[in-house]
Design a protein around this ligand. Sequence first.
Ligand SMILES: [Zn+2]
Length: 181
Amino acid sequence: MLLSSGRGGNIPLEHLNLMFNIDQRLDNCIKTKFQDISNIIQLLYHVEYKSDQIEAMINLLKRHKLHGQVELFPSESIGDLINNYSKNPYFSTHTSLHTIKPFTDICLTCQQPLELKFKEHVYVFKIETVENGCTYSARCCHVDYYSNGYVRGSKQFITRDALNSVVNIFIWVERMRTQLN
Ligand SMILES: [Zn+2]
């Protein structure tokens, strides 16, 4: 099955399906998302699509709900594709499987949506592997928002979730120490 790209060419269903699947795995705050999808497809199929063309195709697929009909790629291989691309030193990208955003979408003071800014590249430790990730922060009403809390003036506040994970690590370390002694 082929879908017309509207520019005289046809886009193979395989490419469309991959575009859609990668899009699903990437956060909308990644500014280079459609260019990254274009790069990944070019690496894999040696076919170049313009990023605005990809964006239009994905929007079309979403509008017509065509995406659910065919699953050409297992989700693990989509993950591997994105992960390998994020490690490719040739591309300067914020695309990765882990987009770590502030714990809230809106400012706690003025209730307006936060404007996210890329903060840094990080390593995300999984049980067997290390993957790339990117963190985002935001600033509104003199407050800096991060994934695990916020900073107002000289005071730092952390969320209960962050506190729980610190406590869990602490318990784990304590348990190891008890076992060693
Ligand atoms: Zn605000």
